[in-house]
Design a binder for this molecule. Structure first.
Ligand SMILES: Nc1ncnc2c1ncn2[C@@H]1O[C@H](COP(=O)(O)OP(=O)(O)O)[C@@H](O)[C@H]1O
Ligand SMILES: [Mg+2]
Length: 276
């Protein structure tokens, strides 16, 4: 396993593998240099919090002929919301209608044509950071100014989306090896409209139904994901919109709400892959 900051998830996975007599080599990418072309194990589980460290770790392991889970392809696509939404749409999935503006000028043109409120987010980010609800011209002008001051080109790019009336919650499904383990609602709290667990969102079990299951499986396939979470927005009429796919999924809240042994399911998948 390659990681940077071990969270509860990493500890659970390591415990599960070790108690089932699997050999686990732990590599903290922050203190261990990695050589291109080196093969240490047949399978590498990629678990860095940092998306770039995860992407590089996966690619480096693949360079030696190892199978990275997830692959560098999946991590690259999932790490960028424009790439993810493009794959999802291409696979025929329903997504929030999204416009991409590469610069402040095009963002201003898009702003005029959008129904308010709308959602503005950069292509890179997690835990809800910089995901904004734009209600009016005044707040929009200041958002535009702030985004232009950010240090990288990618953070200056705007994804401008229809706001889906989600009733303060979204759905997270976890898919392992093409199978949906289960789903939760993440319910936002107080005046927070975003439902990320990192922002206080509360996980509650959500029944799996065939439409949700199909969307989650198709979303995983569209990014060639082995072990991923799929975030889905459901409007008041029950229509589903796939919002994003995470290539290094956190599952603490999912586990608490469903009692599903995610680490165990992941281990069974790893065992299956190692037999192929
Ligand atoms: N188009 C949208 N309509 C309604 N809510 C949204 C929309 N986009 C994002 N959200 C809310 O904001 C949260 C964070 O947005 P998301 O795109 O998932 O970014 P992050 O990668 O930071 O989690 C979502 O979980 C959801 O609650
Ligand atoms: Mg999200």
């Amino acid at each position: 396993m390659l990681y940077d900051y071990p969270r509860l998830e990493e500890k659970l996975i390591i415990d599960k593998l070790k108690t089932n007599n699997h050999e686990v080599i732990l590599t903290n990418v922050n203190n261990k240099p990695l050589t291109i072309g080196e093969k240490i194990t047949d399978i590498s589980l990629i678990r860095s919090v940092s998306m770039y460290k995860a992407l590089y770790a996966a690619a480096l392991r693949e360079s030696g002929g190892c199978r990275s889970i997830n692959s560098s392809y999946t991590i690259a696509i999932c790490g960028d919301k424009i790439l993810t939404l493009s794959r999802l749409k291409n696979a025929g999935l329903n997504i929030p209608r999204s416009t991409v503006a590469m610069d402040a000028e095009s963002a201003q043109v898009a702003f005029r044509g959008l129904k308010k409120p709308f959602v503005d987010k950069p292509p890179i980010g997690s835990w809800g950071r910089l995901v904004s609800l734009v209600t009016d011209n005044v707040s929009w002008r200041s958002l535009l100014e702030h985004r232009q001051m950010l240090p990288t080109q990618q953070l200056k790019v705007h994804i401008m989306q229809d706001y889906i009336e989600v009733n303060n919650r979204d759905i997270r499904a976890i898919v392992v090896g093409g199978e949906v383990l289960g789903a939760i609602y993440r319910i936002s709290v107080g005046d927070e409209w975003r439902s990320n667990i990192a922002l206080g969102g509360k996980p509650v079990q959500r029944r799996l139904d065939p439409i949700l299951e199909e969307a989650a499986i198709k979303a995983a396939e569209s990014v060639k994901g082995d072990f991923i979470s799929v975030d889905i927005l459901e409007d008041s009429s029950g229509t589903l919109y796939v919002n994003e796919v995470n290539g290094v999924p956190e599952f603490k809240g999912f586990m608490e709400a469903t009692g599903i042994d995610v680490a165990g399911a992941l281990m069974r998948f790893l065992e299956e892959v190692s037999k192929r």
